[in-house]
Design a protein around this ligand. Structure first.
Ligand code: TYM
Length: 333
C-alpha cells in the first residue's frame, strides 16, 4: 500500500504508472483481479505504461511460434478487458532495447545474496524449472523495466512484492554509488484480492495448473468450476465461510448483496456445494460477458493490435532513451 501522504504528493505531480504481464499462457482470474483490473483503474490517474513481458517469458516459453501467439493473445485480452490505448501506452518489452542495457548495469551492482533470497526463484526451482541464469537474474530485468521509465507506482499482485523491493534496493544502491539518478518506485497491491485462489485453493498460477481463464469456453469453464475443491460438508449441514475458495472467488465476480446472500446460505445449511458452484459459474460467465464481446470485436480487426503496440513502442522508447542517457552519464559510459 502507498502511504497516504506520499499518495497526496504523487497526485500533485503527474504520476507515472508502470506494470507488466508475461505472455506465458492463457490469462486467468488471478492476473485479472491481481493486476489488470487495478491497472485499468490506474490509467485514469496518471501516465500509464503497460507492457507484455516477452523477455521474461523466455525463461519458461522456448518455442518461437508459441511465444508470438501468446504475445498476441495477451495484447487482445488486455485490450478487451479495458486497457485504453488513448490513455495508456501499451507495448512489448523486447521492443525497448534500453531495458536490457540498464539490466546489465544494474546487475553489476546487484549482490548475489539479494537474488538468492527471492522466493519466486526458489519456488520455480521447486516446480522443476531449470536453474538458469535468466531465471536467477529475473528480478534485475524487472527492476530495469520499472526504473527505465522513472516509474512512480507499480500495480502488481502480492507475489511480485519482493521483486519491487529488489528494484527499490537497487535504486538506493545505484544512487549511493553514482549520485541521484534513478527514481524510487512504490508498489500498489490490491488489499482484498492480494492473492486470488485457484481451483485447489492454492494461489492461482499457470504453473500450478489450477487456473480459471477469463475467456474460457463455456463448457470448459463449467467443468472447471464444478471440479473446484471444497470440504466434505453434507448438503444439509452449514458450510464453513472462512478460507472458502468458492466464496472468495464469488466475491470477486458477484454483487455485494449476492455475495452476502451466499454467505448467509453457507451458514444456514440446506444447500449443497453443487448448487453454489453453478451460481459461481453463472457469475463468472456474466462478469466477463461484455469483455468477451469486446474481444470478438478486436479479433475481427487484427491491425488494431499492431497499431497500438507500434505506437506504444515509440512512446516507451522516447521515455526510456531519456532515462538511459542519464544513467550512461552517471556511470561514465
Ligand atoms: P505475471 O505475468 O506472473 O503476472 C501478471 C500479474 O498478475 C498478478 N497475479 C496475481 N495476482 C493475484 N493473485 C494471483 N493468483 C495472481 N497471479 C498473477 C501478478 O502479481 C502480476 O502483477 N514478473 C511479472 C511481470 C513483470 C513486471 C515487470 C510486473 C515483468 N516486469 C515490471 C511489474 C513491473 C510477472 O511475472 O507477472
Amino acid at each position: 500500500m502507498i502511504p497516504f501522504l506520499q499518495l497526496v504528493s504523487l497526485f500533485l505531480t503527474t504520476m507515472r504508472i508502470l506494470s507488466g504481464i508475461q505472455p506465458s499462457g492463457t490469462l486467468h482470474l488471478g492476473n485479472y483481479f491481481g493486476m489488470m483490473k487495478p491497472a485499468i483503474e490506474w490509467q485514469d490517474r496518471g501516465e500509464a505504461l503497460y507492457f507484455i513481458a516477452d523477455l521474461h517469458a523466455l525463461t519458461t516459453v522456448q518455442d518461437a511460434a508459441e511465444l508470438r501467439s501468446n504475445v498476441r493473445d495477451v495484447a487482445v485480452d488486455f485490450l478487451a478487458c479495458g486497457l485504453d490505448p488513448a490513455k495508456a501506452c501499451f507495448f512489448q518489452q523486447s521492443q525497448v532495447p534500453a531495458i536490457t542495457e540498464l539490466a546489465w548495469i544494474l546487475s553489476t551492482l546487484t549482490p548475489m545474496g539479494l537474488l538468492e533470497r527471492c522466493h519466486s526463484y526458489k519456488d520455480k526451482l521447486a516446480k522443476g524449472l531449470a536453474p538458469t541464469h535468466g531465471l536467477f537474474a529475473y528480478p534485475v530485468l524487472m527492476a530495469a523495466d520499472i526504473l527505465i521509465y522513472d516509474s512512480d507506482v507499480v500495480p502488481v499482485g502480492k507475489d511480485q512484492k519482493q521483486h519491487i523491493e529488489v528494484a527499490r534496493d537497487l535504486v538506493l544502491k545505484f544512487n549511493d554509488t553514482f549520485g541521484d539518478t534513478l527514481k524510487l518506485p512504490e508498489p500498489s497491491i490490491p488489499d482484498h484480492t492480494a492473492v486470488v485462489p485457484g481451483l485447489d485453493g492454492e494461489k492461482m498460477s499457470k504453473s500450478y495448473r489450477n487456473t480459471i481463464g477469463m475467456f474460457e469456453e463455456e463448457k470448459s469453464l463449467r467443468k472447471k468450476i464444478m471440479s473446484l475443491k471444497t470440504d466434505s460438508s453434507p448438503m444439509e449441514a452449514p458450510k464453513p465461510v472462512e478460507n472458502s475458495t468458492l466464496l472468495d472467488l464469488y466475491k470477486l465476480v458477484a454483487s455485494p448483496s449476492d455475495h452476502s446472500q451466499m454467505v448467509a446460505e453457507f451458514l444456514a445449511g440446506g444447500i449443497g456445494y453443487g448448487d453454489f458452484k453453478k451460481r459461481l459459474f453463472g457469475a463468472i460467465w456474466e462478469y466477463f460477458g461484455p469483455m468477451r464481446t469486446r474481444r470478438e470485436e478486436i479479433l475481427a480487426h487484427p491491425d488494431l493490435v499492431d497499431t497500438v503496440l507500434r505506437e506504444g513502442r515509440e512512446k516507451a522508447n522516447g521515455i526510456a532513451d531519456g532515462v538511459m542517457a542519464r544513467v550512461r552519464t552517471a556511470v561514465g559510459l
